[in-house]
Ligand binder design. Sequence first.
Ligand SMILES: Cc1cc2nc3c(=O)[nH]c(=O)nc-3n(C[C@H](O)[C@H](O)[C@H](O)COP(=O)(O)OP(=O)(O)OC[C@H]3O[C@@H](n4cnc5c(N)ncnc54)[C@H](O)[C@@H]3O)c2cc1C
Length: 373
Amino acid sequence: MQKTIAIVGAGLGGLTLARVLQAHGVAATIYEGEASAAARAQGGLLDIHEETGQVALRAAGLYDEFLTLVRPGEDAKRVVDRHGTILFDMPADPGSARPEVDRGELRRLLIDSLAPGTIRWGHKLASVRRRPEGGYVLTFAEGSATRADIVIGADGAWSTVRPLLTPAEPLFSGTCFIEIALTSGGQNFRASVAAIGSGTLMAVAPGKGIIAHRYADGRVRGYVALNKPEEWMRSIDFGDPSAGLRRLADEFDGWSPLLTAFVAESDAEPWLRPVYALPVGLTWDRVPGVTLVGDAAHLMSPFAGEGANLAMYDGADLAGELAGQSDIEVALSAYEERLFPRSSDAAGRSAQNLEIFFGREAPQSVVTLFDHS
Ligand SMILES: Cc1cc2nc3c(=O)[nH]c(=O)nc-3n(C[C@H](O)[C@H](O)[C@H](O)COP(=O)(O)OP(=O)(O)OC[C@H]3O[C@@H](n4cnc5c(N)ncnc54)[C@H](O)[C@@H]3O)c2cc1C
């Protein structure tokens, strides 16, 4: 009899895992805490790497559909200093090995590719317990419970499955992101929008930065980044968004008004996103019938652009093992043997890049990084 597989979390990692399993004729159920696919805006762009994310999409049989989502021209990158002086300017590359797609559209593609009923929305895992006779009992916040032979934690940064494998928890990196946007297209701030170029603008200095992406339809979305204690960030009252944004803009005193307009005039819900990371090089001992994919396994700062790519790659890699191997423990061991070194490598680069972006040598260190990549 086929083993029952419970995947916790319908992010890019869990969805890719389920899709590739199904492509191999293996059934799996995803338990997702959110009420529906539309419960949360998924905004933001992801560049999908040839050697990881694209490999996963090929394994999922979705590569051609993925190509229809690519946003040509939006992979341009520009680095400026606090005065807006351009230090690095990379034009869009139509043949880029890392094309940009909208995260929400990519997630939608994966969701729509699954057999009907694969995702149980509104199932937030509250606890998971190993049964003495084998397998696991999963209990959900709304009160129901289910059993599974194999449990895969694809439940992101604050994984409920992870404690079965390791006591490690994410630590605050020292950098906070706050979402910013000019969703109306920034008609009143044309000079600021023009300063972005056609892709992503990175205005960085030691301890702070403004990152803005211009979509082909004219909208602008991005982040303010500040190296501050988490308590300081949480002390800003975003209940009054314009006052909160002004306080953030004050941190950029002396910067070009073309840049600070992205902060002071933002019309986005100012979500605070402290950057957390799991310890670089995290591993765990094999525990029967359970493993992790994506952020649950290797949460890292976004500065190597690898998190989503690796989540999908992990999902495809694990699915290939589970589908091709009747001994589950052999499959999980083989997967983890590859997972640990690749996670460690990417997490190490991410941690390094966070320092490159907002450390003492910024913005020159960022220019050097792009010059050498
Ligand atoms: C600001 C920012 C920018 C980023 N930019 C990039 C980038 O450019 N490129 C890139 O590759 N990566 C980027 N990343 C990283 C990327 O977003 C993540 O690495 C990726 O989303 C991880 O996917 P995942 O499937 O592992 O987890 P998630 O996307 O976090 O999905 C986890 C899912 O599990 C669900 N869940 C959580 N807990 C439970 C529970 N108890 N029960 C049931 N369901 C649960 C959640 O609702 C969610 O749907 C960025 C991250 C941030 C914060």
